[in-house]
Design a protein around this ligand. Sequence first.
Ligand code: NAP
Length: 544
Amino acid sequence: MRANVPSVAPQFIRSRIGKVCVAIIGTTAAEMLEKASAVVKETPFLEFRLDYLEKPLLALPKLKHFFEDNTAATAIATCRRAANGGKFSGNVAAEMEILSKAAGAGFHIVDLELESAEALKKGELQKLRDTGIALIISHHDFNATKDLDGIYQRIAPFQPDFVKIVPTAKSLTDNVTLIRFLERMTDNSNIIGICMGDAGIISRVLGLRAGSAFTFAAATPGEETGPGQIAARTLIETYRVDQVDAATKVYGVAGNPIKSSLSPVMMNTAFRRETVNAVYLALQSHKVTDLLKLVHEIPIQGLSVTMPHKQEIMSHLEKTDPLSAKIGASNTVLRAQDGKLYGFNTDVAGIVGPLEKRMSLRGAKALVLGAGGAARAAVFGLRDKGADVFILNRTAETAQKLAKQSGSKTIKKEALAKTPFDVIINATPIGMAGQKGAQLLEAKDLNTKLVFDLVYNPVETPLLRLARQQSIPIITGVEMFVQQGARQFEIWTGKPAPEEEMLRVVIHALRQAAEAAAAEAPAPAAKPASSPKSGTAAKAKKAS
Ligand code: NAP
């Protein structure tokens, strides 16, 4: 973009970098270098957030040694001022001093926020550029996604090597605004565009697909430097951003909240395993109308729909399968070749499938605990297969209504001990990690040949433990989770789903989440530790 500046040519920079730049944070040079050393072999494109350092200038000689030892590394120096979402409390002159010295320390690129660039006196920016370092001019909006063209017009006169525009998505539609902006800029290959925030997570993948030169990632979960930032390994291994291109089909799971969903890791693994050029994203959606705008604009080829949208989505679909209509909920949407949206319910298959592997459901006697969405899928699915279904729910009227709709019966807790069942299915959240509430059943109530807990986190719930203690066979909620996902995969791709691989990654992810939760839990009697990791990551406003 710029002329007559003796710098590291952008083409040279571009030949060295991948699509993912890992943000490195730390309060000391030693801490930063430890983190950089851990990631540089896998991802040699790094952003050192010098504003996180207590003494940025003193750290530069140590960082210089790192670049001498790691010649494949390409590094951005950023010293974001507090006024623009960073941690640096100095003024623009102090920021410029640090960035100029960063050039001498072996950094290849500096990131200067637009507000600082605009505050400089004539000639000051040129002095920085005369060091030969490449320049990013960046703009962050922590409140909205608006006037992206106007921001670009403010940045362009500085003729930077890269233009970085980072708004905040408050809705899924805000991502569409960013994507359309990036697409309009296709002649300019030096734009970086990302939406911050949970609703903007998808822009970290779709932005690249629309032409963003690269994106930013956290070194590890918990070290995010911007709201919604994803860990580098997740972006590369789960979302395969290195392979995402214009032909990549987009799928996603829509719900609220959706951040902790295991569907992206499971479905992206399935796509990779079956070499389908597709990516599956977490769509944080407050409103179905917002979701549908995204679906039509991107376009999105298929959706997993979860709480709270499973019922509302139905009225926006061209047609649904008969079970969805009976249950009043669809968890799967397919965009057919005619561009119209069709609904399915694979929760039913996720419950009935594992049961049919173990027993014949015709005439089987089943107890369903709960009368919400999952219970409805269980009850209608079981009735469809000819089972005799009993419902027990906290709110008796809801159970009675569901029993009437489905041709089932209700039952009182007191009757359980003397009523034998072939299977007991828990379709309430009781037993779920973090869920409070007394256990619904005691040992004497487990008068059954099989217990199926639809709760999948933790894998072994208290109810399943109780069943095991009595040598009653069990089915875990993970099996349902994988089965409903496998059927979705098949509806979308027409290929058999790699169920074993899907099960393996879900169990692995659940184990990791449990370990992380255990590590986060404060030690008894000790004050909650403010580790450098959580401390640096959580403080103040963060910029991507
Ligand atoms: P839902 O529509 O909100 O229904 C929840 C049901 O649980 C209601 O019947 C509710 O009774 C009952 N309930 C809630 N809290 C209770 C408590 N403290 N004590 C007794 N009963 C209580 O939720 P859902 O979509 O059906 O999901 C239920 C559970 O199924 C979820 O938590 C999830 O763990 C599991 N699930 C698993 C999968 C999977 O793939 N494995 C898929 C979907 C769901 P009231 O009518 O009295 O409110």
